[in-house]
Design a protein around this ligand. Structure first.
Ligand code: ADP
Ligand code: MG
Length: 614
């Protein structure tokens, strides 16, 4: 294992499949499940036993128990409409959280329990709401979500790590199960920049499956006068078979289809025996593939490039295994696409590269990731405020939006004659007065030689790196005396504490489950039920509210407020602070009605803030 304390992983939270990767000895590597699966289906089920199952088990149960299984939830991300699973309602991000929690268990199995940071990918076309929902899913699963990045960028990073010497344009064509995403990524001196993106987040292999399922259903309709698509189980079966046939057609030219039992008619089984050729299948989806090429044209136009300007075409996503896709790309670009990276793993591997860069463990890869400081970082000084000299004036040393990593030194002077000590107070924020900004820490520089005639110069240096670690040094110019302070995660301190609370809480819950299990001899999935309870309590009937429930909700809201405070502007931050105080006060009052009211108020306010941000 590498030498940093908290593991950071990259996650491809796909519509169809998900995977998690990390950096091992400078190279991205998939973290497989304990059973050795490198990617898992993004399918969730609540079994008859009431337990949550994620992955292959859930996928296998899709036909038998369609109403207990949720697949392709990514397409619903960002929506506030609940999804029904086993008669219970969940928000899309809660279902996604269950998938992420499964992946986290692989990470935990590898690194041991404890905090984990994650970089999670989303399609370039995801809206703000969808990105936020993805981030929430990660947090619900117990990850500290370091960053949400675009899938094509991640894919390009997986690709770029090996071949840094070249400056070039890469076109990433990602055709997965539920989304199509095409981006042009420019690589220059190891810096990656997305020039343009296009795509359709409702186009992918699932659509091909449905086209083929319809084709099969049509054969049954014609032969038996019954519509199997009206029978939920028959529909699931045809979809499942369609996918199997589709995959086979990627390697063979013709597939024989024998489905003895698809549905029933007049108490008699209705089945299907037929064949399909690759050419017939391609004809079923050709318009969809043509649409992807239109998007390629579009993205080239947006970037002001021609096909000849593209050095490499990178094929990503399981559906790029369809030979026709390769043909179309080769025809269009007049050259073969590159496929030296596993199409199913590229995004997760690239997310791990980003994670590694963020954690500083890929520093000598030559690849650079740039970031900007979202808030100004500075110190408290005696200075001019509204034409008046006063203390507590904020002096920014690293202004907001400065590209990081960065080191800046400013020279200050002692304020009082004969002064031998100086207090360095570190703040972040945009207000002219430090009291309105966020205090990060302070230290004292001692041993300044007393000077009664003039001020003594003090050099203050701020060193801010990509991990959000701020190192502040103050140096007396006259005698080189120095003092310094390091502020970890300067920009995320509050929320990290909040995360710690959250994780502790979840951990306590799982510990309880384990304890209960040991006592009662219950089986090993007790913790899933607790997790389930946690998610479920959001939908409890308000009539049943007790102090405990409301108190719990307030605690969760406080967490949300703190997490949200992380990346909002100063004004919003102050408003949030007020709401936070109100929550705490009302909670202390124990007045159930007031508690319910403040919960509603803060929830509404959060929704409003969430919409207003950006
Ligand atoms: P996502 O990014 O949406 O999670 P993936 O990149 O994992 O999706 O791709 C999943 C899709 O790839 C599915 O629709 C699956 O049927 C399809 N797929 C996987 N293997 C093949 C294959 N050999 N031929 C055609 N399609 C395939
Ligand atoms: Mg994908």
């Amino acid at each position: 294992m590498t030498s940093y304390a908290r593991p950071i992983v990259g996650i491809d939270l796909g519509t169809t499949n998900s995977a998690v990767a990390y950096i091992n000895n400078g190279k991205p590597e998939i973290i497989p499940s304990p059973q050795g699966q490198r990617i898992i289906p993004s399918v969730v089920m609540i079994g008859l036993d009431g337990k949550v199952h994620v992955g292959e088990t859930a996928r296998a149960a899709q036909i038998a128990m369609p109403d207990r299984v949720v697949a392709a939830v990514k397409r619903k991300m960002g929506s506030t409409e609940p999804v029904t699973m086993a008669g219970q309602q969940f928000l899309p991000q809660e279902i996604s959280a269950m998938i992420l929690r499964e992946l986290k268990s692989y990470v935990d199995a590898k690194f041991g329990p404890g905090e984990k940071e994650a970089v999670i990918t989303v399609p370039a076309y995801f809206t703000d709401e969808q990105r936020r929902a993805t981030k929430q899913a990660g947090e619900l699963a117990g990850f500290i979500v370091e960053r949400i990045i675009n899938e094509p960028t991640a894919a390009a990073m997986a690709f770029g790590l090996e071949r840094l010497e070249e400056d070039k344009h890469i076109l990433v064509y990602d055709l997965g199960g539920g989304t199509f995403d095409v981006s042009i990524v420019e690589m220059m001196s190891g810096i990656l920049e997305v020039k343009a993106s296009a795509g359709n987040n409702h186009l992918g292999g699932e659509d091909f499956d449905w086209r083929l399922a319809e084709w099969l259903a049509d054969k049954i309709r014609k032969a038996h006068g019954v519509n199997p698509m009206k029978d939920l189980r028959a529909k699931s079966l045809l979809k499942e078979q369609a996918e199997r046939i589709k995959k086979e057609l990627s390697t063979v030219d013709k597939v024989e289809i024998h489905l003895p039992l698809v549905t029933m008619k007049d108490d008699q089984p209705v089945g299907l025996s037929t064949t399909i050729t690759r050419r017939e299948f391609v004809a079923l989806i050709d318009d969809l593939l043509a649409e992807t090429i239109d998007c390629v044209r579009q993205v080239l136009a947006d970037a002001g490039l021609t096909p000849g300007d593209i050095h490499d075409v990178l094929l990503v996503g399981g559906s790029t295994r369809i030979p026709r896709v390769r043909e179309l790309i080769t025809e269009f670009f007049k050259k073969e696409p590159r496929c030296d990276i596993h199409p199913d793993e590229a995004v997760a591997l690239g997310a791990a590269v980003q994670a590694g860069l963020k954690a500083g463990i890929l520093a000598d890869s030559g690849m650079v990731v740039t970031d900007v400081a979202p808030f100004s970082l500075g110190i408290a000084v005696v200075g001019n405020y509204n034409g008046e000299e006063r203390s507590g004036v904020f002096h920014a040393i690293i202004p907001r939006n400065t590209t990081v990593p960065v080191t800046r030194t400013h020279r200050f002077y002692t304020a009082a004659p004969g002064q031998t000590e100086a207090e360095i107070e570190i703040y972040q924020g945009e207000h002219k007065l430090v009291k309105h900004n966020h205090f990060l820490g302070k230290f004292r520089l001692k041993g300044i030689p007393p000077n009664w005639e003039e001020s003594q110069p003090i050099d203050v240096t701020y060193r801010y790196n990509l991990n959000g670690i701020l190192e502040v040094t103050a140096k007396c110019v006259a005698n080189s005396k120095e003092a310094s302070l390091t502020v970890h995660d300067a920009l995320q301190r509050d929320s990290e504490e909040a995360f710690r609370q959250s994780l502790d809480k979840l951990q306590a819950l799982y510990d309880q489950a384990t304890a209960a299990e040991n006592e009662t001899g219950a089986d090993d999935n007790e913790d899933d039920e607790d997790f389930d309870d946690l998610v479920q309590e959001l939908y409890d009937d308000p009539a049943e509210y007790t102090y405990d429930k409301l108190h719990h909700q307030i605690k969760r809201l406080l967490l949300r407020v703190q997490v949200f405070s992380r990346d909002c502007d100063e004004l919003t931050k102050r408003k949030l602070k007020k709401l936070e105080e109100k929550l705490v006060q009302t909670d202390a009052s124990g007045d159930l009605e007031a508690m319910q009211q403040v919960i509603d108020e803060v929830t509404d306010a959060l929704i409003e803030f969430e919409l207003r941000e950006e």
